[in-house]
Design a protein around this ligand. Structure first.
Ligand code: NAP
Ligand code: MG
Length: 502
């Protein structure tokens, strides 16, 4: 079995940019290094795109869109996506290992969640390609009116580092199914698997230029893509702060935009909840992927009657989470993605102390051996005695840090749960079916989980209320982000238009 210390990726890997179906160096000749966050050692040397490369990639995507790609039938687009899904499945093992090496998330997660979801998304949208339909509208008079649902054109897509390959799939699959071409910028921390996907896209036989992959920094490559005058749409997942910048850049060109941004989800445990089930849900909500999840259940609301019992178990279970080498099958938490993220989390521990919260579990770095000492690990952490107005209850920490708030009154709970700039998701734990559905309506968020958490499927929409963004990814709704509607009018009378007489 491979480990982070003796990884199969020991030799530093090298990647170029994928533009117009070819692997090319950056125009500037620059490269950057992506480290393995478990050890801090270099994993890959990657060509660094900037504005000049973005120009080339957008031009290639434009040529592909106006050329061969637009003449391909929906069935053929679907078949290419099916082929890609199959290639992802047959390369799942190595892709999972590379994802773990680049991001730090446990191999158990990449194998059992990320990779299967990637394949599922390509498959779902492969099937969707032939179901993108217009409508006939019952208009008055001797007229026939119908709609065409057409692709937008060239789509810029900027993705984050927390689910690198899965975010690429969420973005690429619906865009390609609908007949668009794409310029994709992966996150600087985790470019490797998106570039590996480029190889599979080539192997599947997508025409040159349909997908272009241009890793680089946000301020250069990302900003140039978002502000590009020849893209028709920009899709972004990441922080709310950068999301606002993307929206500004898009506004200047009136580029269509969809945003999937941060969250501070309430994970609400009522007194009648199955406590064991709810504790496992609180763990899933905040420790999964080291807490680097936009829909993380980072605010745990506990009914005061069950508070002590719940916290005893939550604390005990948090202490047992195996933190360590992400390449080991039994590891439940790997390192945070970067030193920057680690420092951000450590900073919030100080904030919590200053604000008067209690550190019930974790709060520091674990003791690990060997190369892992240089990794960016943090303990599963629980802050109790938190009030909803504290910074640790309002700001996205993006780490394995739960803020526990107690409640007794339902009306007050609804108000507190909704008292956040975000609205991506929420969890509700109760045995009372009417209360569960009442709360599902009352919480202002794009996804509600009842007696479960972090469940997703390619067929079900995902996206934010409020400052968590606009647009819905996955499911039928994602096709709305990548198509536009054309209304066509046909006169059936064969007569001159009466308005001006003869
Ligand atoms: P981020 O800056 O929002 O990064 C997301 C993506 O946007 C990356 O590809 C990034 O490129 C790019 N980007 C950055 N600045 C840009 C700009 N001015 N114009 C265009 N693109 C730009 O996120 P981060 O700095 O990696 O993480 C900071 C915080 O964001 C986290 O602590 C967390 O709170 C939040 N976050 C949320 C999600 C989510 O899923 N909602 C995901 C990641 C992070 P580079 O990687 O090259 O900078
Ligand atoms: Mg990396």
């Amino acid at each position: 079995m491979s480990t982070a210390q003796q990884s199969p990726t020991e030799a530093v890997r090298r990647y170029q940019l994928f533009i117009d179906g070819k692997w090319v160096d950056a125009e500037s000749g620059k490269t950057f290094t992506t480290p393995n966050p478990a050890t801090g050692e270099p994993l890959a040397e990657v060509a660094e795109a900037d504005a000049a490369d973005i120009d080339k990639a957008v031009a290639a995507a434009r040529r592909a869109f106006e050329g061969k790609w637009s003449r391909l039938s929906a069935r053929d687009r679907g078949r290419l996506l099916f082929k890609l899904a199959g290639l992802v499945e047959s390369h799942a093992k190595e892709l999972a290992a590379l994802e773990t090496a680049d991001n730090g998330k446990p191999i158990r997660e990449t194998t059992l969640f990320d990779l299967p979801q990637v394949a599922e998304n390509f498959e779902y949208f492969a099937g969707a390609a032939t179901k993108i339909e217009g409508e006939t509208i019952p208009v008055p008079g001797q007229m026939f009116n119908y709609t065409l649902r057409e692709p937008l054109g060239v789509c810029g897509q900027i993705i984050p580092w927390n689910f690198p390959l899965l975010m690429a799939a969420w973005k690429l699959a619906p865009a390609l199914a609908a007949g668009n071409t794409v310029v994709l910028k992966p996150a600087e921390q985790t470019p490797v698997t998106a570039l590996e996907l480029g190889k599979l896209i080539q192997e599947a036989g997508f025409p040159d230029g349909v997908v272009n992959i241009v890793p680089g920094y946000g301020e250069t490559a990302g900003a140039a893509l978002a502000a590009h005058k020849d893209i028709d749409k920009i899709a972004f997942t990441g922080s709310t702060e950068v999301g606002k910048r993307i929206a500004h850049a898009a506004a200047d060109n009136l580029t269509k935009v969809s945003l999937e941004l941060g969250g501070k989800a309430p994970n609400i445990v009522f007194a009648d909840a199955n406590i064991e089930q709810a504790v496992s849900g609180a763990m899933m909500g905040i420790f999964y992927n080291q807490g680097q999840v936009c829909c993380a259940g980072s605010r745990v609301f506990l009914h005061e009657r069950i508070k002590d019992e719940f916290l005893d178990r939550f604390k005990e279970r948090a202490g047992k989470v195996k933190v360590g080498d992400p390449m080991e099958q039994t590891t439940l938490m790997g390192p945070q993605v970067s030193e920057e993220q680690l420092n951000r989390i450590t900073g919030y521990v100080d904030v919590a102390r200053e604000e008067g919260a209690t550190i019930l579990a974790g709060g520091g770095r674990p003791d690990l051996e060997g190369n892992l000492q240089k990794g960016f690990f943090f303990q599963p952490t629980i802050f109790s005695e938190v009030h909803n107005k504290m910074r640790v209850a309002q700001e996205e920490i993006f780490g394995p840090v739960a803020s526990v708030i107690t409640f007794s009154d339902e009306e007050d709970l609804i108000q507190q749960a909704n008292e956040t700039i975000y609205g991506l998701s929420a969890g509700i734990w109760t045995q009372d079916i009417t209360r569960a559905h009442r709360f599902a309506r009352a919480i202002k968020a794009g996804t509600i989980w009842i007696n479960t958490f972090n469940v997703m499927n390619a067929a079900s929409p995902f996206g934010g209320y409020k400052q968590s963004g606009y647009g819905r990814e996955m499911g039928r709704h994602a096709l709305e982000l990548y198509t536009q509607v054309k209304s066509v009018w046909v006169d059936l009378s064969g007569k001159p238009m009466g308005w001006y007489g003869k």
